[in-house]
Design a protein around this ligand. Structure first.
Ligand code: UD1
Length: 344
């Protein structure tokens, strides 16, 4: 065993895939989750994939005393990966206080208690949303932070600042801030994947639900952008690749390899893919025809963003390896699994 890692939000989409990769790498995983946007059966999926059942504590990370009790019950936690957060951009505009409270109180509780229990490392889930529409593409970690377009995006910027300020003030742990581009896909076993509640807001769940006949038609939000085919461009990264980067980040901090107490890495493939290209690749790789129509632009969407992942490649020793076709196929396989199970 390499040591105990607390994965907050570990029953969620990216958290569950990361729990799998941590266990594959020999870490002992403790999952904390309030199940507000996930399901306890995910723990069974992690066990089926890895053969190891992670410890699971159902609690709200806003409850500081419950967090203290968790650290008492599981002594020797070496690292924390914080996925526990609300993440729907549109909802955050309607319910800003919910987002500020949930996403900020939770990080404050962790930062308060980590030193009391000797935790050495914190990985924080941030987002390329902090760059807004970058002036230069691909976007590096040096690109300026732009004013946030939503309370959700603002919480990511504020959390990055809170962590950085706390460490610069002498907190006895290190942190790595990971800026994700667009995580998509599912574990190839189809045991775990993304489970959006209600009507999906993100592209790929909408694509797979339309392919399954759950949604009648996919709306492509705009074909009059300044891009080769007019639709928006993003950097879609397979969630398993993304999960593996978290293991690298934890290894780096616990092995004393960090160059600075706070480090930032972009996690993307380095390739920009338009909405229409994604649809075409989905149709070609799954053999399923997608019903879609072009509609007007969605408010708040940026035109194009993709990562310069060179720092993560060279410094973290991590590279995204999955192809877009395999990534989209994994998402489709997961959607079929949900149908077979009668979930969706
Ligand atoms: C957004 C957030 C990001 C957040 C992520 C996950 C911004 C700028 N980005 O990413 O920070 O981490 O959600 O919640 O706030 N699209 C359609 N039809 C659909 C859905 C989407 O055409 O039904 C298009 C969008 O216009 C966009 C692309 O697909 O061009 C990707 O959209 P989405 O999956 O929602 O992710 P982002 O908006 O890039």
């Amino acid at each position: 065993m390499k040591g105990r890692i607390l994965v907050t939000g570990g029953a969620g989409y990216i958290g569950s895939h990361t729990a799998v990769e941590l266990q594959n790498a020999g870490y002992e995983v403790i999952i904390l989750d309030n199940l507000s946007n996930s399901n306890a059966e995910v723990i069974d999926g992690i066990e089926r994939i890895t053969g190891i059942r992670p410890a699971f504590v159902k609690m709200d990370l806003q409850d500081k005393e419950a967090l203290r009790q968790l650290f008492e019950d599981y002594p020797g936690i070496k690292g924390v990966i914080n996925f526990a957060a609300s993440k729907a951009v549109g909802e955050s505009v309607k319910k800003p206080l919910l987002y500020y409270r949930n996403n900020l109180v939770t990080i404050l509780n962790l930062l308060d208690l980590m030193p009391d229990y000797g935790v050495e490392a914190l990985v924080f889930s941030s987002s390329c949303t902090v760059y807004g529409q970058p002036d230069i593409l691909p976007v590096t970690e040096e690109a300026p932070i732009k004013p946030a377009l939503s309370p959700y995006g603002n919480t990511k910027q504020i959390c990055e600042e809170i962590i950085t300020d706390t460490i610069h003030a002498g907190a006895p742990f290190k942190s790595i801030l990971l800026r994700y581009f667009n995580p998509v896909g599912a574990h190839p076993s189809a045991e775990i994947g993304e489970l959006p509640l209600g009507v999906p807001q993100n592209l790929l769940p909408y694509v797979t639900q339309t392919a399954m006949g759950i949604r009648e038609k996919l709306s492509v939000f705009g074909d009059d952008y300044d891009t080769p085919d007019g639709s928006c461009i993003r950097d879609y990264i397979h969630v398993v690749d993304l999960a593996k980067a978290h293991v690298k980040a934890v290894d780096r901090m616990l092995n004393g390899e960090s160059a600075d107490a706070v480090e930032i890495f972009n996690l993307g493939t380095g390739k920009g893919v338009s909405v229409l290209e994604l649809i075409k690749t989905f149709e070609e790789s799954t053999g399923v025809k997608l019903n879609y129509e072009i509609v007007g632009r969605r408010e708040g969407d940026i035109t194009k963003v993709w990562a310069d992942p060179e720092k993560a490649n060279k410094v973290l020793g991590w590279t995204a390896t999955e192809t877009l076709a395999d990534t989209l196929t994994s998402a489709w396989k997961w959607q079929q699994h949900l149908r077979e199970k009668g979930i969706m």
